[in-house]
Design a protein around this ligand. Structure first.
Ligand code: NAP
Length: 254
């Protein structure tokens, strides 16, 4: 039964995989047979994760890419194809939220930066991977969205807007690319314990609110998101496309 999760022979790019949710996804896909491309802004950080994976008997290469930079995006796709022969799985995980505050106070520069990293980069990386996926007879694209894209919270308005756009991009790509055997889905995590969310989980008031009102009464960990990515990457998820899978411990119900 577990062979449906087997990714042997598959090549997976995971952006923002030097730590957090991206690293957990990369590890689980590699543990299930994929060759993974570890990618983040700093080559040394990518090298360190790839070396750690290889020491554990996993197959990994390191290619740095600031997803906000179009040349880096082109290089990530081209180098992956050159080194590994093609792309089967693309996980658009790298994301940003540099500000916390009222929507009207975000500058043009901040707005453009958030949209560039959270929406334009996933769109462009998917476009650039499309030909290779078509040649290989299909593929799986996973966009890491957020519950913030479903339910805005004060102070995170532009980030929420970008994640809502990413979820709709997911559905549009799924609709247009199903005919190529390419499935496109998003995962919307709730609060997950990583560096990115440290300002939230180190705030006692926020944690008390989550513990008292959310059904499971806790935040999640990166591995709980990785298992969903494994399902969506593999044959086990062969009929899932255009879905936004929420993993939030019930937060949206609270
Ligand atoms: P994290 O632990 O801070 O890790 C972020 C990763 O992305 C790191 O590898 C980082 O490495 C890389 N990165 C950051 N900016 C990048 C860029 N411009 N280009 C390429 N790589 C970049 O964050 P995380 O919590 O795992 O977040 C991953 C995704 O989950 C994000 O899209 C976030 O919006 C989403 N998410 C997180 C939560 C949560 O509670 N943690 C909830 C919902 C959604 P470098 O800094 O070395 O580049």
């Amino acid at each position: 039964m577990m062979t449906k999760f087997n990714l042997k022979g598959k090549v997976a790019i995971i952006t923002g995989s030097s730590k957090g949710i991206g690293e957990a996804i990369a590890r689980l896909l590699a543990e299930n047979g994929a060759t993974v491309v570890i990618s983040s802004r700093k080559q040394e950080a990518c090298d360190a994760v790839a070396e750690k994976f290889k020491a554990d008997g996993l197959s990994a290469v390191a290619i740095a890419c600031h997803v906000g930079n179009p040349d880096d995006r082109t290089a990530l796709v081209e180098k992956t194809i050159e080194k590994l022969g093609g792309i089967d799985i693309l996980v658009n995980n790298a994301g940003t939220n540099p500000v916390f505050g009222p929507v009207e106070e975000a500058t043009d520069e901040i707005f453009d930066h958030i949209m560039n990293v959270n929406v334009k980069a996933p769109w462009d990386l998917a476009n650039k991977s499309l030909e290779s996926m078509k040649k290989r007879g299909g593929g799986s694209i996973i966009n890491i969205s957020s519950v913030e894209g479903e339910l805005p919270e004060e102070g995170l308005g532009i980030y929420s807007t970008s994640k809502a756009a990413l979820s709709m991009l997911t559905k549009s790509q799924a609709k247009e690319w199903g005919k190529f055997g390419i499935r496109v889905n998003a995962i919307s995590p709730g609060l997950i314990k990583t560096k990115f969310s440290a300002a939230l989980w180190t705030n006692q008031q926020i944690m008390q609110q989550i513990e008292s009102s959310s059904p499971l009464g806790r935040m999640g960990n990166p591995e709980e998101i990785a298992y969903i990515a494994l399902l969506l990457s593999s044959e086990a998820g062969s009929f899932i496309t255009g879905s936004i899978l929420v993993a939030d411990g019930g937060f949206l119900l609270s």
